[in-house]
Ligand binder design. Sequence first.
Ligand SMILES: Nc1ncnc2c1ncn2[C@@H]1O[C@H](COP(=O)(O)OP(=O)(O)OP(=O)(O)O)[C@@H](O)[C@H]1O
Ligand SMILES: [Mg+2]
Length: 269
Amino acid sequence: MNTINPGATVSLCIMSGKGGVGKTNVALNLGYALKDLGHKLMLMDCDLGLANLDVLLGLTPERNLQDLMSGDARPEDVVLEVEPGLNILPSASGVPELVEMDQNQRDALFDKLKELIAGYEFLLLDLGAGISDTVLSLARMAQMRVVLVTPEPTSLTDGYAVIKVLHAKHGVRNFCVVVNQASADEARETFQRLNMACKNFLGFELVNLGHIRMDANVTSAVRHQTPLAKHAPQCPAYKDIAAIAGRIAHYRRENIEAVAGRTPLKDFS
Ligand SMILES: Nc1ncnc2c1ncn2[C@@H]1O[C@H](COP(=O)(O)OP(=O)(O)OP(=O)(O)O)[C@@H](O)[C@H]1O
Ligand SMILES: [Mg+2]
């Protein structure tokens, strides 16, 4: 039997079919909101080769995942503390080797990171858009998958495609959904349409984690290269993100026994 281990790490990836729906902004600000709830976490830029997290933070990291892969740096040299409790692992931009990693290289990377990751309660992975091998295998390895969609029909069909491919290729059935850039009504309708498609064609239902309102403060925060959490913490979009963080923290508490004793990057289902 598993013993309860309050220190167990939950890995959660943010993914989408369509690009530009808000993954990096949501990952970063969920990081702040979870940190404010008292959790220690690491945010990993997994948009390998097209890194963005550092840009949203206005940082120019000296070292990144590429140095770790090549053996030029140790994990602790690459991690940056953004705030106490909130750390990031930056990736590199314009590095094709990172995008084209095979499974052996990905396993080697996570072997190097294993000890480091064990020190956190959450590992948040900001994935690239689409259904590349790297995206699919990282999504499969994570314990929680948050599919981010907007009410646009193209985002919805691409979101469904990501779920369908992960299910068909890897048998994954547990997905959470966040609808971004949406009113409550739009979000309800968007979730229902996606959920119905999964129920009817794939045979499972989705978990609704909530929605994030369309808010000009998000764009303004990006332009200022300051996280929304600091730029406009009282704005509607950040309040929505904080509410979602609360649900994720609740999920961790509820599933702590399932998490304990497992490696952070392993599916529950
Ligand atoms: N809730 C929101 N309200 C208003 N604008 C938003 C919201 N969420 C995201 N955006 C806009 O969408 C843009 C893209 O966001 P972001 O870079 O986080 O997307 P992404 O999904 O990570 O993109 P990529 O697929 O290229 O990695 C932001 O710069 C911002 O202008
Ligand atoms: Mg991004």
